[in-house]
Structures are given as structure tokens and as C-alpha cells.
Design a protein around this ligand. Structure first.
Ligand code: TRP
Ligand code: ZN
Length: 879
């Protein structure tokens, strides 16, 4: 399919369904090649729809095996069926039932959408439109039904049979080697939340009692033999359930809650009602096979999917344009949970790093789109950082603007008013307008307008009047299809930092809302603060109060003073990042003259900071020590980007800082080595993070010493975090020792696919010319498979994220990824189209690379029989 032949689906064309489906009874006989599905649908005309309309059900790759209306088989001319739809020409204008039979081949399903097999486990993925690959249906989120599901399978083939809701019956099928289970979910839900699982699985379980006294059986199901790695996921589940009760007053609403880990999965996890299905990477953890980062992501994703039970499931989306209604809000909720469980400032810094790396780069390129898109060809291409991460930022701004109390009141109102419905952003915002008594009409522009706003700020101190005036202006760059940008409502939280800390903020300005909050809701404004006793250093956008770029005209020396004197931790961190960014941007543009001097300044500020504060908060210090990523610098430069120049500057800055701080870094590494057994708690993880950040700098500054340190750490480590960090440090140092450690690592973790993923990725990220050949070689490794999304993301996706090698000046990196996209598209279009997204920043490259990237993109676009997923990305990337 070519993208330009695909119809564009538009928000403004939304119409309620002509038909509703009140109940769905599914009878599914599982078989790898011939799964029989019988669906009994109770239909009725939608009072809000068009009564006399024909009934058109969605399908995808389906074959109809039988159809009956109110129990009577339909005559041939009463309906027409294709793989993509089933039409009943003249349905009765009243309630009736439809029985539909389809036959599926889960083993042949490589798209991992609908019903498929993942290493001998039957499982489903229905969001966004996978249910139509199981049976013909009104596959849209505003059609909500009560499901009863009978599953049957050979006992030896699938001893465990799970679906949504509560188990109501189970038993043997008399006189056969088969058994069955019946599940009933009393909560009406859209088809995208349907799920089933069948297979041989081990589990851990735990009893839970909700705050409102309901007993719940929790279970985490994993591959046989891996139950020992399910404990952390269960622990995280219990903690996030308590948190949602405490912080949002939300209780769980079924007798059972099941989590299942599968090894072939297109994304992170899925919030199916009462039956969350996970990529096993986000469930399985023990100290030998998971890093601190994995423990943190498991905690966050378990929480994310659980939180969807209220924000997504109980209240779902009217249509897919409202995707951020559930995703942005649920990301916000999981970020808050992690912040409460761990360190709030460190979590905020990590989230902002992700936002900038993924969302800012999306917003700056051809794939930019609003948080609520207005049109799409393929909805699966809109599960993006903009919908998820920027969507969460919008909720965070709303909270800052209306205050904590009104925010909680608005959420309560939303849960009461919209429960059981398929809602819209407008309905959501109305709850907060009511709770706060404010007009949120202007704020709503955040959902419509794409692009990352820039705030240009400057300040003036008037020594005579003892006043300080802050000038703020905002602009948003043009994005595809949106050239005319309007000002948005920007909460700018500020402080004025004096010699002894924050100065009191006194002003008559209407833009000042108190508590440090300036509301910049027009193109520009000035705020004058009175009774300012000394010239302050402005600390703007505290806590990163709005998802914007900030251009602040402040000397390096003043910024570096904030590192030790700002009361806002985020801005302490940001201060050093800003100075490093300036240095790297200049050098990346070919002006390396100031790099050495700036490296000295940075090290000069870092040294005292580390010596006085690092041991008190190692996790935070690790964040401070980590320089901005090469991609961040590329985006700041914005045009004619030469990734090699940035990389060279980045290495030079790291080397200079590492050399300058050598003694301090080594002392810290000693002091942080507690010699205790591994524990995944945040404090221990923080100590490891700082030790390993230091190791990385030493490896760059003094390769020989760094290599010895890495080898020793690898040998002594009792956990994967330290081993992987040692490997990563070693990959920075070319030579035989590196190759030996890579080989050893591969050997030790031979039987651990998830650990080998990290090993593949570490090699794919080596910033050297030989990496492309290395990656091609690794594709032949027995651990690699193009059929498994995690393997592809690690090796191929890792290479595409390797800025200097993907962007090789000879174009070989582009051609390799284009070839992979084309190959993957034949089996798994979602994975192929995500990989093609690696080209999203191609337009900012220098002319030589830009032309080569365009050629590779065009080669993809011109390939016959592309999926809609890949065709859509190719078309938009080239537009
Ligand atoms: N709704 C899921 C989440 O954010 C993600 C999701 C959407 C997904 N589509 C998917 C997961 C397809 C796997 C496959 O939690
Ligand atoms: Zn989600």
C-alpha cells in the first residue's frame, strides 16, 4: 500500500457508532494453526446514531467461517465479507444477536497484533486495532461491551488459561485431553482492552486487600523456571496499588489482577483490563540479569499499566485522537509514583533528559505533531513521545497553574463524572476549569499546537531603584502543516538567587501568581520585582515548569554559581548542563577555541560540588556529572549538523573534565564502594550510578588506567549493573582487551537473552567506523533474531541511535537501516516503522549526509507493497 492512497482519518469527522454491542460472548478453542473463534454479539441501534444504517464490522486479515442472526444462519446475499470487513446489508432496526465464526493461525502471526504465539504461549495484543484480527467487530474505543470468554485448549499445550475479569468456571472437557476456563469481566470495555493468555507458565501470587476492603488475588506469570525473577514486579505492583489509593483515592475493582510476561512484544506493556501483558524485559529481574535501570523501569511500567485501570480503562477514549487523555495522564501518574518512591529531583532530571532526547527531537523534525493530532493514516504511528511525554508535561503544567488542591479536586471530579465513559480532552479539561474556577480555553492550545516553544529571557538590575526586571518572550517554530503559531500559556517558576540564597519576590505585576510562578500567556511580558537588595542571578523554569527551550543571557560564571547556590535542584543540574551545552555547541559548529577554557571552568565548579555534596546524594551527583548527549547538542545546533564534530568535542570535554577531576573521581569511587551485597533500592543504585559515571569519565581521560579499573570492576562485581558499566566503559577503549571482555561477557550470559540484548546494544553503540560491520556480524550470532522485537531494538535500534555511525558520511548507515526497515516490514510493520523513525532528524544534517539520508528514505518509500505503517512514516519524513 502506498501512503498517499490511504484515507486520512480526521478528528472533525468523528461520528458516534450507528450500532452498540452490549455483550460479547467469546468461545475460543486454542490451536497453533487453527484456532476457532465463535463470537456472540448482542447488538442494538445506538440512539445517538443513524437507525437505518447497514451494519459494517471491522476485520483485518480475517476469513469468515460462519454467521447467524438471532441464531439463524444468514443467507449468502444478506451479507458480504472480505478480510477487512463484514457487512450485514439490512439488519433489523432493533436489538439482535450475531454469531460470527472465524479461524485463526496464531503461529503464523508475525505482526504480534491480534492473537499470536510467543515462545509457545498464546497471547493477544489488541490496542489500537488488533481485535479485528480475532473477529469482526465494531473495533473503536467508544463501543464498550461486557465480555464473557470461554477458553479451551489441550491441557499439555496450555495448562494456564487467562482472560480479563474474574475466573467464573474451569474444568476438564470430558473424554478428551482438553480443559477450559470461563472468564467474566463485569466492566464494559472497548475491544482494545480484550486479552487472553494460554500456555505453560509459572507464577508468583499475593493477596491484597484494597483500601475499601475488597480482596484481590494478584499474580505475576512468567516463563517456566523464571518465577524467581518475578518478585520485584510483584513488589512494585503492591506499592503502586497502595499509592493510587493514597494519592488519587483509586481502588482496584476486580477480584483478580494478573500480569503476564511474554518474550515477543511490540512495545513495553499493555493495560488490558485485569490482565496486563508485558514485554518480559519489564517484568523479569534479579541482580544477575537486571540492572538498576531495569529495576526502575519495571517499577515505572508496572505502575503505568496498573494506573491505566482508572485512567484508560474505567475512563477510556472516545476515539484515538484522544490517546493522550489516557497516555499523557498515565505517564504523569507513573512519574509521580516513581518520584515518591525514589528521589523527586533525580526522577525529574531523568524525565527531562528523556523528554529532550525523544520529544524535543520529534517536535523539531518532519514527524512533529500536536499532543492531540488532528488527522492520521495509521494510528499505531502516534504512540509517540509527543503523545506520551509531552502529554504528561501538559498535565504537570496544569497542576502548577491551578495548584495542587484544585488539581486533586479536578481529578476527583473527572473520576466521578466520566467513570464508565469514553471521554474527550474537552471533558477532562472541563473538570479542572470547574475545580479551579478558571477558563482553560487558552491552556487547551497545548493540545492543538505542535513544536517546542522557546522562551527568550533577559534580566536587568536597577541598583538605584533596587528593582529587578525580567523580560520574557515566547515563540514557537513552524511545524509541518502548522506555520502560524500562537502564544501558549507557560508557567515559568522562578527564583532570584542572592549571595545568601533566594531573595523574597515582591511585585505588583499581574503576571505574577505567587510562589515564584510567572504566567507567560502572551508573546512577551516584563515583570519588575521590587526591594531587591542586591543584583540577583535569575533561576528560571525551576523544576522544568514548562516543556520549552530556554535562551537566557547569563554568563557562564553566573550559571556555574547556581550549581552550588540554587535552592532548586533541577536548576543546579541544569546550570552545568547549560554551560556544557554552550561549549559543545560552539565546538560542534567548528569553533573549538573556547572548549579548553570552558572545560576548566566546568571542572572548577564540579570539583568542589562533588567533594562537598556527592556523598550526601550520589544519585543526583551522577546526573550532574553526566554531560548532555550528542543528540541534544545536534538539536541545539539545528542545521548543517556534523555529528563527528560534536562527537569529537564531546570526547574532548569529557577527557578534560576527567583528567582535571581524576583524583576526586577515584576517591569517590573508593568511598562509594560499601562492599555490601547488591540491593536494588534507590540509595544503593545512586551509589553505583555515581561510581560508574566516574568510571566512564576516567576511561575517556586515561584509557589505560580506565581499562584496568573496568576489568577489576567486572571481575569483582556481584551484579549486572556494575558488570555492564564495566563493559560500557571498556567499549570506549579500542583494543584487544576490549574484544576479550566483550567475548567473556557474551560467554557468561550465553543463556540470558535479555542480558545479551544489552551486550548487543553496547557493541552497536561503539562510535567507531568498524561498528557497522560488527553489527552485521552480530546479526549472525545465535542470540540474534529478526523475529524478536527486543533483539531488533537492541542491535539494529542501537545502531540507529549511534549518532556518528548511523550518520556515517558515506551513507552506509542509512542504507543499512533502510534495508532492515524493508526486511522487517514483511513480517512486523510496527517494528519496521519505529525503526524508520530513526530518520526523524535527517533534515538538520549538513548537505552531504542530508542528501544520502534522503536517498535512503526515498528507497524505502519506493518499495512496493509497503505496510501502511512504514509508508506513512516515509511519506511524512520526506514531505
Ligand atoms: N497502551 C500501551 C501503554 O501505553 C501501549 C501500547 C499501545 C501497545 N499499542 C500497543 C503495547 C501495541 C504493545 C503493542 O501502556
Ligand atoms: Zn500507557
Amino acid at each position: 500500500m502506498r501512503a498517499d492512497d490511504t484515507p486520512l482519518i480526521r478528528l472533525e469527522d468523528y461520528r458516534p457508532s450507528d450500532w452498540l454491542i452490549d455483550t460479547v460472548d467469546l468461545d475460543i478453542r486454542l490451536d497453533p494453526h487453527k484456532t476457532k473463534v465463535r463470537a456472540l454479539l448482542a447488538l442494538r441501534p445506538n440512539p445517538a446514531g443513524d437507525g437505518g444504517a447497514p451494519l459494517v464490522l471491522d476485520g483485518d486479515d480475517l476469513a469468515l467461517a460462519g454467521i447467524a442472526l438471532d441464531g439463524t444462519p444468514l443467507a449468502q446475499d444478506a451479507y458480504s465479507a472480505t478480510p477487512g470487513s463484514l457487512t450485514v446489508h439490512a439488519p433489523p432496526a432493533r436489538g439482535f444477536t450475531l454469531t460470527i465464526e472465524t479461524v485463526l493461525a496464531p503461529s503464523a502471526n508475525t505482526k504480534l497484533m491480534g492473537l499470536y504465539r510467543s515462545s509457545n504461549v498464546y497471547c493477544t495484543q489488541c490496542e489500537a486495532d488488533g481485535f479485528r484480527r480475532i473477529t469482526y467487530f465494531l473495533d473503536r474505543p467508544d463501543v464498550m461491551s461486557v465480555y464473557t470468554v470461554r477458553l479451551e485448549a489441550k491441557k499439555s499445550d496450555a495448562p494456564v488459561l487467562l482472560s480479563n475479569g474474574n475466573l467464573v468456571a474451569a474444568g476438564e472437557v470430558a473424554g478428551s485431553d482438553r480443559h477450559f476456563a470461563v472468564w467474566h469481566d463485569p466492566h464494559p470495555k472497548p475491544a482494545y482492552l480484550f486479552a487472553l493468555v494460554g500456555g505453560a507458565l509459572d507464577h508468583v501470587r499475593e493477596d491484597y486487600v484494597t483500601a475499601d476492603g475488597r480482596k484481590v488475588e494478584l499474580a505475576v506469570y512468567v516463563e517456566p523456571g523464571k518465577a524467581g525473577r518475578a518478585g520485584w514486579a510483584m513488589d512494585s505492583l503492591v506499592r503502586c496499588m497502595r499509592w493510587d489509593e493514597r494519592v488519587f483515592g483509586r481502588n482496584y475493582d476486580l477480584e483478580m489482577f494478573n500480569v503476564v510476561a511474554v518474550s515477543d512484544f511490540n512495545m513495553g506493556a499493555m493495560e488490558n483490563k485485569g490482565l496486563n501483558i508485558f514485554n518480559d524485559k519489564y517484568v523479569l529481574a534479579d541482580p544477575q540479569t537486571a540492572t538498576d535501570g531495569d529495576y526502575a523501569s519495571i517499577e515505572a511500567i508496572i505502575a503505568h499499566e496498573y494506573f491505566h485501570n482508572w485512567t484508560g480503562n474505567r475512563i477510556t477514549c472516545r476515539d484515538w485522537f484522544q490517546l493522550c487523555l489516557k497516555e499523557g495522564l498515565t505517564v504523569f501518574r507513573d512519574q509521580e509514583f516513581s518520584a515518591d518512591e525514589r528521589s523527586r529531583p533525580v526522577k525529574r532530571i531523568a524525565d527531562v533528559r528523556t523528554l529532550r532526547a525523544t520529544q524535543f527531537s520529534e517536535d523539531a523534525g518532519p514527524l512533529a505533531h500536536p499532543v492531540r493530532p488532528r488527522a492520521y493514516k495509521e494510528i499505531n504511528n502516534f504512540y509517540t513521545p509527543t503523545v506520551y511525554e509531552k502529554g504528561a508535561e501538559v498535565i504537570r503544567m496544569l497542576k502548577v497553574l491551578i495548584g495542587e488542591d484544585a488539581f486533586r479536586t479536578g481529578m476527583d471530579l473527572y473520576f466521578i463524572r466520566c467513570d464508565g465513559t469514553a471521554a474527550t480532552i474537552e471533558e477532562f479539561l472541563a473538570c479542572f476549569a470547574e475545580a479551579s474556577g478558571r477558563d482553560l480555553g487558552h491552556f487547551a492550545r497545548w493540545y492543538e499546537q505542535a513544536g517546542t516553544p522557546t522562551i527568550v529571557a533577559s534580566g536587568r538590575y536597577d541598583a538605584q531603584a533596587k528593582s529587578y526586571t525580567l523580560d520574557l518572550a515566547q515563540t514557537t517554530p513552524a511545524t509541518p502543516g502548522q506555520t502560524d503559531k500562537q502564544p501558549v500559556v507557560l508557567p515559568v517558576v522562578i527564583g532570584l538567587v542572592g549571595k545568601a540564597g533566594d531573595l523574597p519576590l515582591k511585585t505588583a505585576s499581574e503576571a505574577y501568581a505567587g510562589d515564584g510562578l510567572i504566567v507567560l500567556d502572551r508573546a512577551s511580558l516584563s515583570v519588575t520585582f521590587d526591594d531587591v537588595p542586591e543584583p540577583p542571578i535569575p533561576s528560571l523554569l525551576r523544576g522544568f515548569s514548562a516543556p520549552v527551550r530556554l535562551e537566557l543571557d547569563l554568563a557562564d560564571a553566573d550559571l556555574l554559581r547556581l550549581l552550588s547556590s540554587d535552592s532548586d535542584s533541577f536548576n543546579c543540574w541544569q546550570a552545568l548542563q547549560s554551560v556544557a551545552t554552550r561549549a559543545l555547541v560552539a565546538a560542534g559548529r567548528g569553533d573549538g577555541a573556547t572548549l579548553a577554557a570552558r572545560a576548566d571552568d566546568i571542572a572548577g565548579a564540579l570539583g568542589p560540588f562533588l567533594r562537598s555534596q556527592a556523598l550526601a546524594d550520589p544519585a543526583f551527583a551522577a546526573q550532574v556529572l553526566r554531560l548532555p548527549a550528542i543528540a541534544d547538542i545536534a538539536r541545539e545546533i539545528g542545521r548543517d549538523v556534523d555529528p563527528d564534530a560534536i562527537h569529537t568535542a564531546h570526547r574532548a570535554l569529557s577527557a578534560a573534565v576527567g583528567t582535571n577531576l581524576r583524583a576526586t573521581l577515584l576517591e569517590l569511587r573508593e568511598a562509594l564502594d560499601t562492599g555490601q551485597r547488591y540491593s536494588p533500592d534507590a540509595a544503593s543504585a545512586g551509589r553505583r550510578a555515581l561510581r560508574n559515571e566516574a568510571l566512564g569519565l576516567i576511561a575517556i581521560a586515561e584509557p589505560a588506567a580506565g581499562a584496568r579499573l573496568a576489568e577489576r570492576q567486572f571481575a569483582a562485581a556481584d551484579n549486572l549493573t556494575d558488570r555492564l558499566a564495566a563493559l560500557a566503559a571498556m567499549t570506549l577503549i579500542p583494543g584487544e582487551d576490549r574484544e576479550a571482555l566483550i567475548a567473556r561477557f557474551g560467554d557468561i550470559y550465553r543463556g540470558e537473552p535479555l542480558v545479551l540484548d544489552k551486550w548487543l546494544m553496547a557493541q552497536a553503540l561503539i562510535a567507531e567506523h568498524g561498528t557497522l560491520d560488527r553489527v552485521k556480524g552480530l546479526m549472525q550470532h545465535p542470540a540474534f533474531s529478526l523475529g524478536n522485537p527486543n533483539r531488533v531494538r537492541s542491535l539494529i535500534g542501537g545502531f540507529a541511535a549511534n549518532l556518528t555511525q548511523f550518520n556515517r558520511p558515506d551513507g552506509a548507515g542509512y542504507l543499512f537501516i533502510a534495508d532492515m526497515v524493508i526486511a522487517l516490514d514483511r513480517t512486523n510493520p510496527q517494528i519496521a516503522s519505529r525503526l524508520l523513525g530513526s530518520f526523524k532528524s535527517w533534515r538538520m544534517l549538513e548537505p552531504g549526509r542530508k542528501a544520502l539520508a534522503e536517498t535512503a528514505l526515498a528507497m524505502v518509500a519506493q518499495t512496493p507493497n509497503l505496510s501502511r505503517d512504514v509508508a506513512d512514516i516515509a511519506e511524512r519524513a520526506l514531505a
